[in-house]
Write a protein that binds this ligand. Structure first.
Ligand SMILES: [Zn+2]
Length: 115
């Protein structure tokens, strides 16, 4: 790599991170957000824009609201699939289980179970 190409690559990177020195900064207003765990997050927005109703919490990444105590609770994706018991309880009630158990016990005592 020639010296010239290295220099231009460095310039490209620094140009994107540089602030326009001497340029007037847009007036900003700081908005405060609170998540469901009461973490406070501050974010600055231009004064002529409406601050978003929701902003991610800097501490826990959950949704934060402008009004304290009104943030919705973050819905975390399930890490594990449902257990066999959960699948069973989707199809049956506890009363169903009691009835089936009673039938099975009667059948077992009468010698009909297992067939
Ligand atoms: Zn939080």
């Amino acid at each position: 790599m020639s010296r010239r190409s290295r220099v231009s690559a460095t310039r490209l990177v620094t140009a994107s991170t540089q602030v326009d020195r001497g340029a007037e900064v847009e007036p900003r207003r700081v908005s405060h957000y609170w998540c469901a765990s009461d973490h406070r997050t501050s974010a600055a927005f231009a004064v002529d824009v409406e601050p978003p109703a929701e902003w991610p919490c800097r501490t826990c990444s959950g949704p934060s609201a402008l009004e304290r105590g009104t943030a919705r609770v973050a819905i975390r994706p399930r890490l594990f699939p449902r257990t066999p018991y959960e699948f069973l309880m989707m199809r049956r009630t506890v009363e169903d289980g009691e009835r089936l158990l009673a039938e099975a016990l009667v059948a077992m005592r009468e010698g009909r179970y297992p067939r």
